[in-house]
Write a protein that binds this ligand. Structure first.
Ligand SMILES: C=CC1=C(C)c2cc3[nH]c(cc4nc(cc5[nH]c(cc1n2)c(C)c5CCC(=O)O)C(CCC(=O)O)=C4C)c(C)c3C=C
Ligand code: FE2
Length: 438
């Protein structure tokens, strides 16, 4: 079903395998300089008494961070178990063409662009024709990749009767139905035929990636809604310190970490499902969750901690220990009352209360500035979660949380969606979700 020239072969998206101009040519040098210093320091151990290794400067560390790349090609998409970067831009798009070959070509163009952007390269190595708009929009021209990852997903609506894909829709992508707490989901920021999650350690790099991928969709798909995120609100890397959400609590302590391959295989990566094209993929459930931070800030510390079941300063469970001490859900106080409130967030979301259910959280804090109607800060958590089956995982947890989580007084789910993220793009010329169309 591939188009005559196959996806990804248009003039505006040259072969990503071609070596060309780096978005920032001198960065390689800067990174090698810093790495060289580190290697020199290691090699020079024997000489240490004679000559101390020069310290690595803040500038060199910043250059290293800027030059950092995450491999794009692979069996599984990056951006799912990749240690979480600092910045997010998320986009949901609707397909406007009714020709399935347009969709395939778009997925090929996106794969070629994603390969380039994640390597720190612009849309094209050519400056283009002075009488035509430039190939690349330019705002990341002086920037390295900053660990950019680009992850693409397919919404349930892509499997309607437009593209002949109805019988390829996995059971796991069937609509979740109404879940307690969903009453205020706004259609304008919910759903979408396609989604792109761009994560990097720089805000302009994620913006550039989404902007140019939306631009490359012109004539085939349009932007439906988007979201910027900052200050990763989950830890996914084993060595990452646990970040804080906008309620000020450590978030991600009990997440599935990148080195827990058994946990990831059990809870995150699809294998042997009813639609084999999804093997090595994962399902993304996103929720834009508004947080009433002004009222939260009037609540006393003891109550805030009761709501989560954890201490605000250290993240340790209220039953004692340090951040990573297992929670003792059976402990009662001298008064016979459970130390971890029966309606606390950690109890209701725990595997113990949900038949072992877990998911991988990858959320970001967000703010849309001030709410013009109320004057309050429009801020919250852009909850991103990956799993094998949203029905058996997200829905089970959110059904319990939506009914009686103490936190519900301070939050509202206002948008989001579910997308099937196919396996990885294997090599140049391959495209996102090729196995879906085979
Ligand atoms: C349906 C799933 C979940 C939603 C929605 C959700 C929203 C949400 N969570 C926080 C803050 C914290 N969550 C924490 C733990 C936690 N949350 C979920 C699931 C959802 N959270 C799970 C599965 C867990 C882990 C439970 C466990 O195994 O112990 C924590 C505690 C620290 C941690 O382990 O990460 C915090 C804090 C907010 C603010 C929020 C919506 C705005
Ligand atoms: Fe949570």
């Amino acid at each position: 079903m591939t188009g005559a020239h196959g996806p990804g072969t248009s003039a505006a998206t040259p072969d990503p395998a071609r070596r060309g101009t780096s978005r920032r040519r001198f960065l390689g040098g800067a990174a090698i300089g810093a790495a060289g210093l580190a290697a020199g320091a290691a090699a020079g151990v024997g000489l240490a008494s004679a000559e101390a290794a020069p310290p690595v400067t803040a500038g060199q560390l910043a250059a290293q961070r800027e030059a950092q790349t995450v491999p794009f090609y692979g069996t599984r998409q990056a951006g799912i178990t990749t240690p979480q970067q600092e910045r997010l831009m998320f986009a949901a798009l609707d397909v406007t063409s009714t020709d399935v070959q347009d969709v395939q070509r778009l997925l090929g163009r996106w794969a070629a662009l994603a390969a380039r952007f994640t390597a720190g390269r612009p849309v094209s190595d050519s400056p283009g024709n002075p009488d035509a708009p430039p190939f690349d929009t330019g705002e990341a021209m002086d920037s390295g990749p900053y660990s950019l990852t680009i992850t693409v997903g397919f919404g349930a609506s892509l499997f309607d009767d437009r593209f002949g894909l109805a019988d390829r829709r996995p059971a796991a992508l069937a609509p979740l139905g109404t879940i307690p707490g969903d009453a205020v989901m706004k259609p304008a920021i919910t759903g979408g035929d396609l989604c792109i999650q761009a994560c990097a350690d720089d805000p302009q790099v994620v913006f550039h990636a989404i902007r140019n991928m939306v631009r490359a969709a012109r004539g085939t798909a349009v932007l439906r809604w988007s979201q910027l995120g900052f200050g990763r609100a989950s830890a996914t890397g084993a060595g990452q310190t646990t970040p804080r959400n906008l309620f000020g609590f450590r978030d991600g302590t009990n997440n599935i970490h990148a080195d827990d391959t058994g946990g990831l295989d059990q809870h995150v990566w699809v294998s042997g499902s009813d639609q084999r094209w999804m093997d090595d993929g994962s399902y993304l459930v996103a929720r834009k969750i508004r947080m009433e931070i002004e009222s939260w800030d009037t609540d006393d510390l003891a109550d805030q901690q009761r709501i989560f079941g954890r201490r605000k300063d250290t993240g340790a469970p209220l039953t004692g220990g340090t951040e990573f001490t297992p929670i003792d859900f059976h402990r009662t106080g001298a008064d016979g009352v459970p130390v971890i409130d029966p309606h606390s967030h950690v109890r209701l979301a725990s595997p113990e209360a949900n038949g072992g259910v877990r998911l991988l959280r990858r959320g970001y804090n967000y703010t849309d500035g001030q709410d013009p109607d109320t004057g309050k800060l429009a801020a919250g958590l852009f909850f991103l979660s990956y799993q094998r089956d949203p029905h058996a995982q997200f829905k089970v947890l959110q059904t319990r949380l939506g009914k009686s989580d103490l936190m519900n007084e301070y939050i509202a789910h206002i948008g989001g969606g579910v997308w099937a993220c196919p396996p990885g793009v294997r090599q140049a010329g391959d495209w996102f979700g090729r196995s879906l169309f085979d």
